[in-house]
Design a protein around this ligand. Sequence first.
Ligand SMILES: CC(=O)N[C@H]1[C@@H](OP(=O)(O)OP(=O)(O)OC[C@H]2O[C@@H](n3ccc(=O)[nH]c3=O)[C@H](O)[C@@H]2O)O[C@H](CO)[C@@H](O)[C@@H]1O
Ligand SMILES: C=C(OP(=O)(O)O)C(=O)O
Length: 416
Amino acid sequence: MEKLIIEGGRPLEGRICVSGSKNAALPILMASLAVDGPVTYTNVPRLRDIHTTLRLLEILGCTAYFDGDSVKVETCDLVPEAPYDLVKTMRASVLCLGPLLARLGEARVSLPGGCAIGSRPVDLHLRGLEQMGATFDLEAGYIHGRCERLHGAHIQFDFPTVGGTENLLMAAALAEGETILTNAAREPEVVDLANFLIACGAKISGHGTSIITVQGVEKLIGCDYRIMPDRIEAGTYMCAAAMTDGQLELTNCTLQDLEAVDAKLREMGVEIREAENSIFVSRGPDLHGADVVTLPYPGFPTDMQAQIMALMCVSRGSGMIKETIFENRFMHVQELRRMGANITLDGRTAVVRGIKQLTGAPVMASDLRASASLVLAGLAAAGKTEVLRIYHLDRGYEKIEEKLSAVGARIRRVKY
Ligand SMILES: CC(=O)N[C@H]1[C@@H](OP(=O)(O)OP(=O)(O)OC[C@H]2O[C@@H](n3ccc(=O)[nH]c3=O)[C@H](O)[C@@H]2O)O[C@H](CO)[C@@H](O)[C@@H]1O
Ligand SMILES: C=C(OP(=O)(O)O)C(=O)O
């Protein structure tokens, strides 16, 4: 096992290059299952989940590998079964359901199950695919789907599910006829997937709005595609600059997909300036609390909730955070309290009363963004913080200790 040791209290100054987006890369890599011919991807982050996805694609009958800075994927002899061993380590695996059904008329995918942050059901994915002609059985923990060629349908989501919209988009791209997705997710990562499918020859319009229309085509062809920047990694480092009283320039990103985070940080007093393809962030003279509600895009992202909580812990006054997306995404609260944070929790609402400085402590990461909040807290805290179980962090942050060390943090990874 590995842990991070952080000697906190040092302002971060300099430039960090933001990596490609994990949450865009995972569905887009999975979409290669729907494509005939080779695809070359750039700006793919080297993360644990990406390596897992490449392994899964190989098991499903593709060649899939890093070739220098790019990733090459080509479908060869597709196999319909995504095994439990891989799916249990990465929920995004369920995104192979749509493209496999569209391409093979069959998919047998281990049911992903919940995780630390919530139950994470996939009923809306299955209901939509059923409307397109698939039938499903549950067999020994696997969802077994079968269909003739999928057909277009009008699918009204009960909730603008990100994964559900992505699965249905991939299926609809190859279905017969027109599919209309209403109350669809509008997240930038969904738009990136739609743009990738369009680059492969799909006929999609309305992506980025809540009504997406897809005219199915017979076949998708390979292309070269650059994955969008990771808006959540960028937001995390924006918090790091403010919390450590530092000044960071974040390159390879824009504020375009970060409106809600940008607005909330500015409301809290953080100074933010945008240049071409980069963002400058510093603390500002009066950092203070604010109220945050997590919502589907364009609302404040649940994936930034833990990080903004860490920032509020060291801001003047108090703030309230309501988590509406996942029922159990407050696992970081207990750990932040161990560092002196003043947080009270009532169901899905947390009240944070800012203190002058956190104190370093050994803390345990429970999930990806909780881990990020503990690293942020450690960077701002007086003394030494040890963050245990950082395998969660490695799912979502490329070279985190290298990037932070380069801007002045004292942070190192050790085995234990
Ligand atoms: C809307 C939202 O913020 N989605 C986030 C969610 O995407 P992810 O795709 O994992 O989750 P969904 O957007 O599908 O789920 C959002 C909500 O819908 C519910 N649900 C979803 C699918 C389904 O079939 N049935 C169902 O009830 C979930 O329990 C959850 O409460 O987690 C990702 C990782 O943190 C984030 O990057 C996404 O931004
Ligand atoms: C929880 C996250 O990812 P995943 O959906 O892959 O679990 C995340 O990106 O914050």
